[in-house]
Design a binder for this molecule. Structure first.
Ligand SMILES: Cc1ncc(COP(=O)(O)O)c(C=O)c1O
Length: 373
């Protein structure tokens, strides 16, 4: 049957939403199988945990106390209590989200109105720009330095100019480094009243021992702030969607909670996150394995002649000195999914997630072959 498609709609759409850049979510395994003709896909593009998740999570989801037919607690009281205990934070300062991405959206809804400014980095985690743009804010993006690090002086200046909101990820997605204690302090010192400082620590657990703990550092800072963490990375629960925001004050936490949907964290996610927190040793052992593989894989990529950024995460970001899309396409033919960076000016960078040792070996061998051509 022929369908008539109206070329232009007369419906007035929200112009901020209609103009949003797409979020680059990466390729799924089924698509990679179709495109590569291979079954054995190594997905090294989404910064998932190669070790999976704690067996305690699977046991909790299989137990009779998990009741998926009931609405989950909209306040996530048990999860927030467990987090409060682990972090030594008042649970009322914690808001749980459907992934930390929902908290990025909720923070933006809570504090932004059209026309205010937001400071972030470039390259950046896409939602640090997309959610402010959705709220009609202007986004100021501070580029990484030539050495692939944070440009502290430029960030200080932009933060001191008094934006409504600052989104910094540390450790930094997609580049990799983390702010050390003095660097974090410099940025905190630049924050003026009227600015909310949002520190996104999605990769916190992968950082080397001695890295600053943003929750502890910011607690004593006196500035309005939020620290974001997630169960998607080191705890291996990406598919269940649970993350959280630790806020500097009760009123801020109340308004961020008001900006989320009521039953945002589903029952499986709450059950799994509580079980994962009760098995921290699994997470710590997994993060240690990732750190060791990060070191080994990073050294191998540098040995192939790539300029690799310092990393405190479960991924590596490197300059492939040409269009990274063609290198990514070459890897895909061999069944390896990676992320060719698409932000303007950064199209020659590739981000690869640390996988299991065999996946990393496969990546190194494939890159070796591709650079030799
Ligand atoms: C810096 C950063 N923040 C937040 C997120 C969102 O994670 P999730 O919504 O799975 O918690 C990601 C995911 O990749 C990320 O890299």
């Amino acid at each position: 049957m022929e369908q008539s498609v109206k070329p232009v709609s007369s419906l007035p759409l929200n112009p901020h939403i209609a103009a949003l850049p797409p979020y680059n979510a990466g390729m799924n395994i089924a698509m990679a199988r179709t495109l590569s003709g291979r079954h054995d896909i190594a997905r090294l593009a989404s910064n998932e945990n190669p070790d999976g998740c704690s067996p305690a999570v699977m046991a909790a989801l299989a137990s009779s106390s998990f009741e998926p037919w009931r609405y989950a607690d909209p306040a996530c009281a048990a999860l927030r209590a467990a987090l409060g205990e682990k972090l030594a934070v008042d649970p009322d300062l914690i808001v749980a989200g459907n992934g930390s991405e929902e908290m990025i959206a909720a923070i933006s809804r809570a504090v932004l109105v059209p026309g205010v400014s937001v400071v972030t980095t470039v390259p950046s985690f896409g939602l640090h720009e997309i959610e402010p743009l959705a709220a009609g804010a202007n986004v100021v993006k501070i580029p990484m330095t030539a050495e692939m690090g944070f440009d502290l002086a430029a960030l200080e200046e932009a933060i001191a100019a008094g934006p409504r909101l600052v989104f910094i990820s540390s450790p930094w997605n997609p580049v990799g480094p983390g702010l050390d204690g003095p660097s974090l302090q410099r940025l905190i010192d630049a924050v003026r009243p009227g600015t909310l400082f949002a520190l996104d620590e999605a990769y916190f657990e992968f950082a080397d021992p001695g890295a600053p703990d943003g929750i502890q550092v910011l607690r004593g800072s006196g500035i309005d702030h939020v620290v974001l963490r997630t169960f998607s990375k080191a705890y291996g629960l990406a598919g269940l969607r649970v993350g959280y925001a630790v806020c500097s004050g009760l009123e801020l936490a109340r308004v961020i909670a008001a900006a989320k949907t009521p039953f945002n964290v589903n029952a499986a996610a709450q059950t799994a996150a509580i079980a994962a927190l009760a098995d921290e040793s699994w997470m710590e052992a997994s993060a240690a394995r990732v750190r060791a593989e990060r070191l080994r894989t990073g050294a191998a990529l540098a040995g192939l002649g790539f300029r690799v950024a310092q990393s405190q995460t479960n991924f590596l970001f490197f300059d492939c000195k040409g269009d990274s899309s063609s290198l990514a396409a070459g890897l895909l033919k061999q069944g390896i999914i990676v992320k060719a960076w698409r932000e303007t000016g950064y199209e020659h960078y590739l981000r690869v997630t640390i996988g299991l040792p065999a996946d990393n070996d496969r990546l190194i061998a494939a890159l070796q072959e591709l650079v030799a051509r």
